[in-house]
Write a protein that binds this ligand. Structure first.
Ligand code: GDP
Length: 366
């Protein structure tokens, strides 16, 4: 550190956010050359490369924000789940068969279901046979791994068509959240920098068209509609034509709530598929079954029949925010072999998360 007649030898003792802190150790008089050498030895060559700027932090922040939103969404499921398994995962001794049986009962009584639990436990027993599981912490990690593997198994890459639009149908029974999810998805596309359009093909439920119209204006996208009671295939035809002509990337089609047992409605859906395919041979590119997480295992049976009849390619699990039955996501992946693509975590436009097995498992057991 420079003085008119010499050099202070200083020692780096710490750092504030922007300021380095030095402590004066010695002081000795010196020549100008010595002074320059001292400065170089203290602060490095003047020709040294400037320090590289730090990598942008945003993706990490975005990731942690996403993980904490998922964790928040599964709060009730996590609480109910950890109550059931807290005794086992707190253990410090080697895990034995009785502990595994206790875990089995806990998993079955959550909405993971019998079939999926059996598969998880078989894998854990096999692991315990090969190598002892040294306590609850290890068991928790193994359980997380098992659940993640099951959740990731049916994930399919979603194909983006060469030519826009990508047509996505939202199907499911009334009240599961199809209209809400259609609106959220349009906003999600826009957030990703894509153009989107909504098609109000639920001409059956009173107020569905008006409800979707509100979502269209909230998310700032165009919507194609007809009057209530109109032909859904006809409005779909108009929407696909308009999306094609305008080069819209994503077309989301809100369909009427139907039960797998209602042949009339299922036939109508089939007619809609044919209509879309007439304009774009691979359409619909995605058929998302909207499932209400609060229905737990009951919803699963319905979804099973739906999946077979409606060519479902993915699941949107809604209302995850208000239920302790989030374990159903694991049963869906295992028993339907269909990936969970999104989860609904509230009623606001941004309350939709793209599903991530890792974030879900961390939220549940992390
Ligand atoms: P549709 O009949 O399938 O079109 O269902 P709607 O979109 O009309 O949704 C039915 C109800 O569920 C509405 O009150 C929505 O606000 C609500 N809803 C939809 N998704 C979610 C969600 O993820 N979380 C919560 N808490 N409510 C939701």
């Amino acid at each position: 550190m420079k003085d008119r007649c010499g050099v202070y030898r200083v020692r780096h003792v710490g750092a504030d956010i922007n300021v380095r802190v030095y402590e004066i150790v010695t002081f000795h008089p010196c020549s100008r050359l010595e002074l320059v050498m001292e400065i170089i030895s203290l602060f490095g060559s003047l020709n040294e490369e400037p320090e590289k700027p730090e990598e942008p932090q945003e993706p990490e922040e975005k990731k942690s924000g996403f993980f904490s939103r998922m964790k928040q969404a599964v709060t009730r499921t996590r609480e109910s789940f950890s109550q059931k398994i807290e005794g086992i995962v707190a253990m410090t001794r080697t895990v034995d068969e009785r502990d595994l049986e206790e875990l089995e009962t806990a998993l079955i009584s959550s909405d993971i279901g019998v079939q999926t639990t059996t598969e998880i436990l078989d894998a854990l027993r096999e692991r315990a046979r090969r190598k002892a599981i040294e306590g609850g912490a290890e068991l928790r990690e193994l359980l997380k791994e098992q659940i993640k593997t099951i959740l990731e198994a049916p994930q399919k890459t979603v194909v983006t068509p060469a030519e826009p639009p990508k047509v996505t149908f939202l199907v499911g029974v009334n009240g599961t959240g199809k209209t809400t999810t259609s609106g959220k998805l349009a906003a999600w596309s826009k957030e990703k920098g894509r153009t989107a359009m909504l098609c109000a093909a639920d001409t059956f439920r009173a107020a569905a068209i008006e409800q979707l119209e509100v979502w269209a204006s909230r998310s700032g996208v165009d919507m194609i509609k007809t009057k209530q009671g109109g032909d859904p295939a006809a409005v779909l035809y108009d929407a696909v034509s308009a999306a094609k002509a305008r080069g819209i990337a994503d077309l989301y089609v809100d369909t009427a709530g139907r039960l797998h047992t209602k042949t009339g409605l299922m036939d109508e859906l089939e007619k809609m598929r044919r209509t879309a395919a007439r304009l774009i041979p691979e359409a619909p590119h995605e058929v998302l079954l909207v499932m209400d997480a609060t229905t737990g295992q009951n919803g699963l049976q319905q979804a099973r029949l739906f999946t077979a009849a409606a060519g479902v390619t993915g699941i949107v699990l809604t209302k995850l925010d208000g239920t302790a039955k989030g374990g159903i996501a694991v049963a869906i992946a295992r028993e339907l072999s269909v990936p969970v693509r999104f989860v609904g975590i509230g009623e606001k436009m941004t309350d939709l998360l793209e599903f991530s097995a890792e974030a879900f498992v961390e939220g549940l057991l992390g």
